[in-house]
Design a protein around this ligand. Structure first.
Ligand SMILES: Cc1ncc(COP(=O)(O)O)c(C=O)c1O
Length: 390
């Protein structure tokens, strides 16, 4: 089977909508920690229902967010930025994807150019294609973004923005070091490139370097979504603009196509969680659960080279044998376990990485995760260490 056909086949098979009771390790969701989720979300919802004017709440849109939404956003992002930005700079959106869509359109627009890591969040390609934006890939390695490659892209392609996942990059889990961030920030300044920094995976690690938005705030659009730390179902992401006027300009034209605005109820519940301090408890519980899941993975996959980090929601397993990713994914699938492959993340014409992405948070229980990882381990050994597997 050709690589392209193989990729299509595995991608089709890993579509979660085709799920039939299989264990799905292809997604990258945080684990549901039922005890704390039930308590804290119920508490936030009932507070909203008892304390808010419901008719006001459901009776209008909230362009950019109310004062309370934006204060909550400022508090939430301060956990990463080190201090709370002025609320004028905060925009509350209906998730990170919507924020990216608006920013790509307003910063680059049709015919524009945006630099991205050579492997990136798969939603980026269709968003850029729809808006008529060309993507230019920048090299990454185990220490994150390679500054020389960024400089080269800036000089050759003249991008107006750099969409980046500097912390626990999806899918490799690499984190760009602080030294590299400083170098990249300097290059961006000199070349008039704005950052669109997607820091969605940064809340679980306890040792993440500071965002670009602290190194070069005047050229940074910082996005902190709640999907990977609190809950994907809330669909709320906070954006920090370089300044208040820029925030208004970037999001104002989109008021005519209102899909990017946060649903008032979701924005209100999220603000309540953040301002009550309960959001921190949810994040702590997710981090703790992920710690247990990483320990399980370490035990079960012992001896298999895996790139990951204690705060990462996924493992990234690189292999040297050509086509191994398809063989392993197919073998696992034949035992009802779904894993992701590297192909969907590629930008440009580089070869797809010979790698698997394995999400640790998506299945409901640790027992399910153990079963799924055992199947992956057996498939890996059959394909790559046949003499050792029985
Ligand atoms: C890098 C990255 N950004 C954003 C998202 C989705 O964020 P949201 O649900 O806030 O649109 C994902 C989800 O997989 C992701 O991997």
């Amino acid at each position: 089977m050709s690589d392209v056909r193989g990729a299509r086949e595995v991608i089709r098979q890993t579509d979660p909508t085709l799920s039939d009771g299989s264990l799905n390790l292809s997604g990258n969701l945080p684990p549901i920690v039922a005890g704390i989720f039930e308590q804290r979300y119920r508490c936030a919802l009932s507070k909203v229902m008892t304390e808010e004017q419901l008719s006001t709440l459901v009776g209008s849109h909230r362009f950019m967010g109310t004062e309370t939404d934006r204060r909550a956003g400022s508090v939430f992002v301060s956990l990463r930025l080190g201090s709370a930005p002025d609320v004028d700079r905060i925009v509350v959106t209906n998730g990170t994807q919507s924020a990216i869509d608006r920013l790509f359109d307003s910063i680059a627009g049709r015919g524009g150019v945006i630099a991205v890591e050579e492997l990136t969040y798969p939603a980026i390609k269709p968003i850029a294609a729809r808006l008529g934006i060309r993507l230019c890939p920048v090299r990454i390695d185990d220490d994150g973004l390679v500054p020389d490659s960024f400089l080269d892209v800036c000089r050759r392609e003249r991008p107006s923005a750099f969409y980046t996942l500097p912390t626990l990059h999806n899918p490799t889990t690499a984190t760009t070091t602080l030294d590299r961030r400083r170098a990249v920030a300097d290059i961006a300044r000199l070349n008039n490139v704005q950052f669109i920094e997607d820091d969605i995976y940064s809340m679980l690690p306890v040792d993440a370097p500071p965002p670009y938005a602290t190194l070069a705030p005047e050229i940074s659009w910082y996005i902190l979504g709640t999907a990977k730390s609190l809950s994907p179902g809330l669909k709320v992401a906070y954006v920090v603009a370089p300044n208040g006027a820029a925030a208004g300009r970037a999001f104002w034209p989109g008021v005519k196509s209102t899909y990017w605005m946060a649903a008032p109820l979701n924005a209100e519940v999220t603000a309540n969680l953040v301002l009550s301090g309960h959001a921190n408890e949810v994040v702590d519980a997710v981090r703790l659960e992920m710690g247990c899941r990483h320990q399980l993975a370490e035990e079960i996959l012992h001896g298999i080279p895996v790139a990951t980090h204690p705060g990462a929601l996924n493992l990234w397993v690189r292999m040297a044998k050509s086509g191994a990713r398809f063989e392993i994914a197919r073998l696992a699938q034949s035992r009802n376990v779904i894993v992701g492959i590297g192909d969907a993340f590629v930008v440009g014409d580089r070869l797809p990485p010979e790698a698997l992405r394995i999400g640790l948070g998506t299945v409901l229980t640790r027992d399910q995760l153990s079963r799924g990882l055992e199947v992956v381990r057996d498939a890996y050994r059959r394909v790559l260490e046949p003499s050792l597997s029985s």
